[in-house]
Ligand binder design. Sequence first.
Ligand SMILES: *Cc1c(COP(=O)(O)O)cnc(C)c1O
Length: 346
Amino acid sequence: MNEQQFASDNYAGVCPEAWEAMQKANQGSAVAYGDDEWTALASDGFRRLFNIDCEVFFVFNGTAANSLALASLCQSYHSVICSAAAHIETDECGAPEFFSNGSKLLVAPAVDGKLTPEAIRTLALSRTDIHFPKPRVVTITQPTETGLVYSIDEIKAISAVCKEFNLKLHMDGARFAHACEFLACEPADISWKAGVDVLCFGGTKNGMAVGEAVLFFDKALAEDFDYRCKQAGQLASKMRFLAAPWVGMLESGAWLKNAQHANRAARFLAEQLSTIAEVKLMFPVQANGVFLQAETSVLDNLRAKGWRFYTFIGGGARFMFAWDADLARVQQLADDIKAAVSEQAV
Ligand SMILES: *Cc1c(COP(=O)(O)O)cnc(C)c1O
């Protein structure tokens, strides 16, 4: 077995709660394509967790969840306002544009990855003529790709601008649980109660093998979404195995417990490094990621010591923690970073 790495929260395996639910679902036969008991249970679990009668769909991954959700909110001549750091812009291979038949992404420059009401206003007003795609949706990532969490008030302020310009609000919640944990709030507080129309709730990065849930709080927006999923190759025939892990995660509370552990591991690394002047945090640590700014030679040394990490956000080293992060291994990482810094100084 390889030593644990923190290059991505997708390096982690499946948490016991999700695994056990899969095993329970693996008894006998069940109706296919989502008309089974597990899918009904998981959907009701989300309605209970969010305290609202929403429409729930299960897809295989986040790219599909985001792209199909955005496509359902847009016509091809519409546009989607997002941050320059947004996963839909940088990491989905044009899938949002593809599945919407061409809805353009209007990208707001963002120093820290966050979208602001001012940036939305600027983009919404930048062009209002017939020759430019009409803004229709705003999407925010909670927490951001830079590990920052939008507060309840920040989301409400964004939602207010959306209402002013008649824009729908979509949330990429690939790590939604981590945001709930950081804010110690109810899921409803940072979703429908704050004005979010559609939420993509991530399961994979929170301990499942595979699967994201798409929640439509405005049920009218979900019309024909099942057909959209099917056409995109995202309708699981053995749907119970996409749904069952959610039942395990929601009923046991693992969805929040896993996020809590991941966030704690990130905070732990940040605390370990707080006394080293040569290594700076690029962003405050609020969720399960730590972004470090250091000399290239320090990062090269860290790689030479066997650590894997990405530097696609502003050239800094990104470390992501999952439900299974071993704090002793995090300590080792901190020690190796300290060593790399002092070896550089010599
Ligand atoms: C990981 C991630 C996704 C989902 O990516 P897939 O690889 O398609 O599952 C979506 N949004 C954000 C912000 C992510 O980090």
